[in-house]
Every structure is written in structure tokens, then in C-alpha cells.
Design a protein around this ligand. Structure first.
Ligand SMILES: NC(=O)c1ccc[n+]([C@@H]2O[C@H](COP(=O)([O-])OP(=O)(O)OC[C@H]3O[C@@H](n4cnc5c(N)ncnc54)[C@H](O)[C@@H]3O)[C@@H](O)[C@H]2O)c1
Length: 344
């Protein structure tokens, strides 16, 4: 059995990981400063479900000493804590830097100083590729953009350039963490793995217009609130249901000897892509959920099309998503309908 520390463990990804690993009998410490609105409800949900094995710590990754104390006994760390939105990183780049860059550095340094040589798995982002992705020629279809270059028919691979164009403060601060993860592996031998996530979705996600668009759309539809589409709605993302991501974390821990120090693009892949307009159509056609929406201008470095090439993670770990986009959207809708009290 492992002792796992999850930074940002009250958030969407962290809390689902906590639930997944607690169910398997591991000890889990959730370390979170409750920075994100509503995540204290996720902690309440977790506590109700798990009477054994769960420790919760209200702590901030910017506080190195507090991290160090809590890392002391753990053998595995999932680093999910972050300022997660591009928009707020533009409004407050200092806070974004302190949480995502310095905070991630603190996580690594605490792991390095721990006697337990913990595994560290980091939730990085597709935003490390920044506006570069927008240089790939596109085909404009009625409801979506598609890559015109056949080289990218399976999506964006890990060796896609990260340094040729605009990133946004969020892209920079997350990329800083991403680089340090690899460097602490190469220089200090720390067992790190970086996952560059695209769009993960599912239960416990408090999606807003800043981050978590898919759950934001479903929540807005259910509560009868209009949404604003930035751009023309044809932007495409690959979506990954959260239990598939949790399964991947488990595979990484089991195979750490083989894949330590590696970086993976992780998402639903080319078979689970959807545009904003297509989601709106699906919600109406399949679930009878009609969204009110209006359009506004594109936001900085908004990628017209991004989907992950997941060949590398498939090859190394035999992992691929098992929940289809249709199934995952229906499940997410059902969860929100049955858990409205968690949202408002
Ligand atoms: N969900 C996605 O689609 C997605 C996509 C790409 C990358 N990511 C990355 O995955 C990770 C998890 O994202 P999420 O969707 O669960 O977001 P989330 O906002 O739901 O979770 C992040 C958690 O971190 C906590 N946190 C923020 N600052 C903190 C600090 N200084 N100290 C301690 N805790 C702090 C928040 O309170 C929150 O509970 C993030 O690192 C994010 O950048 C997520």
C-alpha cells in the first residue's frame, strides 16, 4: 500500500484521484489551500465516502516548510495544485507565477529533501505548446476546425515545439514546472513523470467560463444560465473522462522504473474530439438540454484546434481511454443533475 500526497487534492482532478486510490486501500493526504471556489464541497464529499485512510491538510504549496512536513512519510505525490486558468493568469501574473512556478519548485524540492524518494506525477498542460499550435494550417468545417497537415492527423505529439510563440502567463508558469520536473529527474534522480493534459472532465468539476468549459456548459444549461463562446465555437479539443486519467496514474506508479523522467501528452485523443458547437448540439439532441449562448472575441493564445497525440503513452503503458466522449458527457450530465447541491 502506498502513502500518497495529493496537492490540489480538493480540486477536480485531485479529488477524483483521492477517491480512486482510497477505494483501492491506499492512504491519501489531500493538501489544498481551498483557493478554488466551491472545492471545500469536494472535501466534504470525500470525507463522507471514506472514513478510513484519508487525511486532509489545509496548506499552500507556496509555503515550503508546510509542504516539507507533509511530504516526510509519503512514497508517492500527485501534484495537481495550480492556478488553472489562462484568463486569471493574465489578470494576476504574479499570483499565477507564485503558485504554478514557485509552488511546483517547492513540491520538487520538498520531494528531493524527503528521505522516502517519492514518485512525483505532475499535471502539466497542452498550453505549454502555446500559440505555436495555431500556426498549423487548418481546414474550416461547418462545426469545427481540423488540422490540414496530415502530419497532425493523430494530434499534437510531445516533440511539438514549445518555444516559438506566445504562451500566456499560465502557459509560462506551467511550462516552468514542466521543465523543473524533468530537470529534477535528470540532475537529482527524482522519479518524476509529466502529463501534458488537454481537457479532462467529469464529476466534481466546478467548471466556469475561465476553466473547465465542458462542465461549465452543462452546469449553465442545467441552471438556465447563458454562456459566452469566445471565438466562433468551432475550436476543437480532445476530452478525457476523469476515471481514465485516474487509471493512468495507477499505471504510471506501477511502471515507474520504466518511464521515470518521461513526458506524455494525455487526453481523449483523436477519437474523442469535440468542438464547442458540437457539444451544444449533442446536449440538445441527446439530453434535451438547450443552451443559451452568445459570441465574443477570441481570448489570448486560444488554440483553434488542439488534440493530443496519445501514441507514446499507449505504447509505453498500453493505456488508452475507455470511456467514449458520448458516454462521458452523459455520465457528467447525470452526475451534475444528481448533485446540484455540490455546484451552487
Ligand atoms: N482539468 C483540466 O482539463 C486540466 C487541463 C490541463 C491541465 N490541468 C492541470 O491539472 C491540475 C488539476 O486541475 P483541476 O482541473 O483539478 O483544477 P482545480 O482548480 O479543480 O484544482 C486545483 C486545486 O488546486 C488548489 N490550489 C490552488 N492553489 C493552491 C496552492 N497555492 N496551494 C495548495 N492548493 C492550491 C485549488 O484550491 C484546487 O482545489 C492543474 O495543475 C491544472 O493546471 C487540468
Amino acid at each position: 500500500m502506498s502513502r500518497i500526497l495529493i496537492t490540489g487534492g480538493a480540486g477536480f482532478v485531485g479529488c477524483n484521484l483521492a477517491d480512486y486510490f482510497l477505494k483501492k486501500g491506499h492512504d491519501v493526504t489531500v493538501f489544498d489551500n481551498l483557493f478554488r471556489k466551491n472545492v471545500e464541497k469536494n472535501i466534504g464529499w470525500l470525507k463522507q465516502k471514506h472514513k478510513k485512510g484519508l487525511t486532509t491538510v489545509k496548506g499552500d504549496i507556496r509555503d515550503f516548510e508546510r509542504l516539507l512536513v507533509n511530504v516526510k512519510d509519503v512514497d508517492t505525490m500527485f501534484h495537481c495544485a495550480a492556478q488553472t486558468a489562462v484568463t486569471t493568469s493574465v489578470k494576476n501574473p504574479v499570483e499565477d507565477f507564485e503558485i504554478n512556478a514557485l509552488g511546483t519548485f517547492n513540491v520538487l524540492e520538498a520531494a528531493r529533501q524527503s528521505n522516502t524518494d517519492p514518485i512525483v506525477i505532475f499535471c502539466s498542460t497542452n498550453k505549454v505548446y502555446g500559440n505555436n499550435v495555431n500556426k498549423i494550417p487548418l481546414v474550416e468545417k461547418k462545426t469545427r476546425y481540423e488540422f490540414a497537415d496530415p502530419k497532425y492527423k493523430d494530434g499534437i505529439p510531445e516533440d511539438f515545439p514549445t518555444d516559438a510563440d506566445e504562451h500566456t502567463p499560465y502557459g509560462c508558469s506551467k511550462y516552468t514546472g514542466d521543465l523543473y520536473m524533468r530537470d529534477f529527474h535528470d540532475i537529482f534522480g527524482l522519479r518524476t513523470v509529466v502529463l501534458r493534459l488537454s481537457c479532462v472532465y467529469g464529476p466534481l468539476q466546478h467548471g466556469t467560463s475561465d476553466q473547465g468549459w465542458l462542465s461549465h456548459f452543462i452546469i449553465s444549461g442545467i441552471f438556465g444560465k447563458p454562456v459566452v463562446i469566445y471565438g466562433d465555437g468551432r475550436q476543437v479539443r480532445d476530452i478525457l473522462y476523469i476515471t481514465d486519467l485516474a487509471r493512468l496514474f495507477e499505471l504510471i506508479v506501477k511502471n515507474i522504473k520504466k518511464i521515470s523522467g518521461k513526458v506524455y501528452n494525455v487526453g481523449g485523443g483523436s477519437s474523442n474530439t469535440i468542438s464547442l458547437l458540437e457539444l451544444i448540439q449533442f446536449l440538445k439532441g441527446r439530453l434535451g438540454l438547450e443552451l443559451k449562448y452568445s459570441f465574443s472575441k477570441w481570448r489570448p493564445a486560444d488554440q483553434r484546434a488542439y488534440y493530443s497525440n496519445i501514441t507514446k503513452v499507449k505504447k509505453d503503458l498500453g493505456w488508452s481511454p475507455s470511456v467514449s466522449k458520448e458516454e462521458g458527457i452523459v455520465k457528467t450530465h447525470e452526475w451534475i443533475m444528481n448533485n446540484r447541491h455540490m455546484i451552487v
